[in-house]
Write a protein that binds this ligand. Structure first.
Ligand code: GAP
Length: 488
């Protein structure tokens, strides 16, 4: 198995990757065997953060919006699903191998990176015309032309330094496996490359059983799998990842209005969660996927540049129509307001939970270096912070641990709180900063006299004295999703 790659060039990303590993957020998968490329595991604080992000998305969709319901479809689906969706024929990336290093690359990425390098070196026109030539060749599915572009430009393999390339071939990104216990009877099925199809094939089940009227949405969170050729940049591009997708079913002809609505609504959500507007931008697609008549990405400025976090796609009636054709089961909706049957059009919002996690970690990672203070901390929004408060008796004697545990009992059923009484108080504060705990509650001798504690605030390090009876309300107010929902 290949070693897990770490990007060489980006110091900030490297710091974030090692912080994530050292403080229990993300580890390479099966690390004791040297890892499995582009597959990762989430640790004690990582799983809490990821669950909070997923819950926030889920509640935004299914509670704040009053016309969206959820489902949880299986990863395995009837293989014809992927024929109908176009994934068997079109879910390909062009790949090329270097014969000397035996390394495999995405041919389009090699050209794009070369074009970006030219632009950086002051040859903007040449870079742009190369990108345009690539787009034309891909559109025409001229793979020999793409190879010629690579060789004519003298693009070299970064490992071997040679231009000894194979032909460019299409590579389908779906993982397949066999279902059935007897070899002769087994058939090929796929691990879903997107969760969306589980929604489409259940469109009528959900519409009828949840008694939904168009316009309405179906939301789902679940695993998706892609055999990515280029697996880099930590959890940005993984082979096993999680998607949070919502398909919004609408009357044909209204798609551009709903497309604009969802683009704006999703952007507002990212801003409400505290992502600075300067780090977000919209990017309209020029080359549309086989199912879309309009598409855009919400991009975030990662340490390796602006990259897609979420896609908003106007998918027309492509999927439902195609499932109707392949299954020979009508996928129509009767609209009582206009007295008509039709196949609804669909606007999709699709965000990777892991990519949102990486965005959140990059945004939160803060190194503070002033004359009197030097520390690293994770500035998570309190509503998504993995641990909401740490209860820290300043000494491990005189009845302070017992008092601390009483406070744990008061809080632990409603919030993820932790108790720690080992090491100096300063060290314990620093450790909570490193995992992004917004509040540290110090229990001291005064606590025994008047039932007050100090709260230390992570971002300012300021401390204030409050009554124990106020703690629950204070933490509830600061960590409530409501504060985010109210900004939408
Ligand atoms: N149903 C539409 C769809 O799957 P996509 O743009 O291919 O569209 C949607 O994927 C989102 O899924 C992306 O914006 C990204 O956040 C996430 N995603 C896609 N491929 C990924 C990968 N290999 N690793 C991590 N996240 C990925």
């Amino acid at each position: 198995m290949a070693k897990t790659e770490t990007p060489g060039e980006n110091a900030q990303l490297k710091d974030i990757i090692s912080h994530a590993k050292e403080y229990g957020f993300v580890y390479p998968s099966s690390e004791i065997y040297d890892g499995l490329q582009a597959v990762y595991d989430y640790g004690a604080y990582g799983v809490e953060l990821k669950n909070n992000l997923k819950r926030l998305w889920w509640e935004t969709m299914t509670r704040v919006q009053d016309n969206i319901v959820g489902i949880d479809a299986a990863i395995f689906m009837h293989p014809t699903t992927w024929k109908a969706s176009g994934h068997v024929d079109s879910f390909n990336d062009p790949m090329i191998d270097n014969k000397d290093s035996k390394k495999r690359y995405r041919a389009d990425v090699l050209v794009e990176e070369h074009a970006a390098k030219l632009e950086k070196e002051g040859q903007a026109e040449k870079g742009k015309s190369l990108t345009a030539a690539l787009a034309r060749l891909l559109e025409a599915e001229d793979l020999d032309g793409v190879r010629d572009l690579i060789t004519n430009e003298g693009i070299k393999c970064p490992i071997s330094g040679t231009s000894n390339w194979t032909d460019v071939r299409q590579f389908n990104l779906m993982f397949s496996t066999q279902v059935g216990s007897v070899a002769e009877d087994s058939s090929t099925i796929y691990l879903r490359p997107e969760t969306a199809q589980g929604i489409f094939v259940n469109f009528l089940n959900v519409q009828k059983t949840a008694r939904m009227k168009v316009p309405f949405g179906i939301a789902q969170i679940g695993k998706a799998f892609r055999n990515e050729i280029v697996a880099r940049q930590f959890i940005f591009r993984m082979r096993e990842f999680e998607q949070m997708e919502m398909q919004f079913f609408i009357r044909p002809g209204t798609e551009m209005d709903w497309y604009a609505y969802w683009a704006e609504t999703r952007m507002k959500w990212h801003l409400a969660l505290g992502t600075p507007s300067a780090k977000l931008k919209k990017h309209d697609h020029e080359k549309l996927a086989h199912y879309a008549n309009a598409a855009m990405d919400i991009e975030f400025e990662f340490p390796f540049g602006f990259k897609e976090v979420e896609g908003i796609h106007s998918r027309t009636d492509f999927d439902l129509k195609s499932h109707q054709e392949f299954s020979r089961k009508k996928q129509q909706y009767f609209d009582p307001e206009i007295n008509q049957n039709y196949i609804p059009y669909v606007i999709e919002t699709s965000i990777g939970a892991d990519r949102l996690f990486l965005l959140t970690l990059c945004n939160a990672y803060t190194e503070e270096n002033s004359e009197d203070k030097s520390r690293t901390y994770l500035k998570f929004h309190p509503a998504i912070a993995p641990v909401k408060a740490a209860i820290l008796p300043i000494v491990k004697k005189d009845g302070l641990p017992e008092k601390g545990k009483e406070i744990m009992e008061l809080l632990k059923y409603d919030f993820n709180v932790i108790y720690e009484d080992a090491a100096s108080i300063g060290k314990r504060y620093a450790r909570q900063d490193l995992i992004g705990t917004p509040f540290c509650i110090a229990v001291d001798h005064q606590t025994l006299e008047d039932n007050t504690v100090t709260i230390r605030h992570r971002d300012t390090t300021e401390q204030e004295r409050v009554a124990i009876s106020e703690l629950h309300g204070r933490i509830a107010e600061a960590t409530s999703f409501r504060r985010i929902f109210e900004k939408l």
